[in-house]
Design a protein around this ligand. Structure first.
Ligand SMILES: Nc1ncnc2c1ncn2[C@@H]1O[C@H](COP(=O)(O)OP(=O)(O)OP(=O)(O)O)[C@@H](O)[C@H]1O
Ligand SMILES: [Mg+2]
Length: 253
């Protein structure tokens, strides 16, 4: 379980997070919505220790990140995968080399594996994301949606327990967005991955969320199910839904 307690963060005197508290429960898909620049990526980065809070704390499985020494932090980080917003593949590496990169460079250290073992692991992981038989291609030979799926394979290759997605469907057409959403659900349901997804896409939110959180003016102003979100009267939330929603919201999964 991830617990975010009373988190404050400013950059150059500008307050971005102003007391964010949120519990991310095991095994669920939690989506985070909010307008551009409101601090969604900053919040995710605190969860993996890439930003340090000015005040407040993040705890993962009961361990407060700020209390961990380097080794404990390395172990904690290995439980996570973080799909960066616009996260790119390494163009000079093949698809399979990209996928196993986190194993070879785990914790920033080089680990030696037999090449055949790595290739087998890459092939198995690519199969999980519906990308079999592209192992020896270069990223430049893939479409945008294929690249996202390879990035997803790279994100799960070290068997994380928590996966954080920052805008995983941005820039994709609706069909490919739906493919990625289905994969997020499959990885959540079949591998039991606790998932946090930052997205602007209200169709995605409706399709994948167990819990939705809205960040506004540095605070969480809504936290609940999609059904509750649609009933919620908060005008800021309703305005956001209407602006971002390009069609009827589909219920159910
Ligand atoms: N490393 C940093 N240094 C200084 N300011 C930063 C840094 N990271 C983020 N910010 C600022 O914090 C605010 C929130 O940024 P953040 O990237 O979290 O927004 P976001 O909600 O993810 O937006 P988007 O939907 O456009 O991705 C912005 O004003 C941004 O300029
Ligand atoms: Mg962002």
């Amino acid at each position: 379980m991830i617990e975010i307690r009373n988190l404050y963060k400013s950059f150059n005197g500008k307050a971005v997070l102003k007391g964010v508290s949120l519990t991310i429960e095991e095994g669920k898909v939690t989506t985070i919505i909010g307008q551009s620049g409101c601090g969604k990526s900053v919040l995710l980065k605190h969860v993996v220790g890439l930003h340090k809070p000015d005040e407040g704390e993040v705890s993962v499985d009961g361990e407060v990140l700020g209390d961990l020494d380097d080794e404990a932090m390395r172990l904690c980080r290995s439980k996570f995968s973080y799909l960066f917003q616009g996260g790119a593949l390494f163009d000079s590496l093949t698809v399979w080399e990209n996928v196993v990169f986190p194993l070879v460079w785990e914790g920033g250290r080089h680990h030696h594996y037999d090449k055949r073992i790595l290739q087998k692991k890459a092939a198995e992981t690519l199969e999980l994301v519906g990308m079999a038989h592209v192992e020896s291609l270069k990223p430049s030979e893939l479409s945008g949606g294929m690249k996202k799926r390879v990035a997803l394979a790279r994100a799960i290759v070290h068997n994380p327990r928590y996966i954080l997605y920052d805008e995983p469907t941005t820039g994709l057409d609706p069909v490919m967005s739906a493919v990625i959403d289905d994969l997020i659900l499959t990885l959540n349901r079949e591998l039991g991955l606790t998932s946090v997804v930052v997205t602007h896409d209200m169709q995605s939110v409706a399709h994948i969320s167990d819990e939705v959180c809205m960040l506004y003016d540095g605070k969480i102003i809504f936290n609940g199910s999609v059904a509750r979100m649609n009933q919620e009267k908060n005008p800021v939330l309703q305005q956001f839904i209407q602006r971002e929603n390009k069609g009827p919201i589909q219920f159910g999964q």
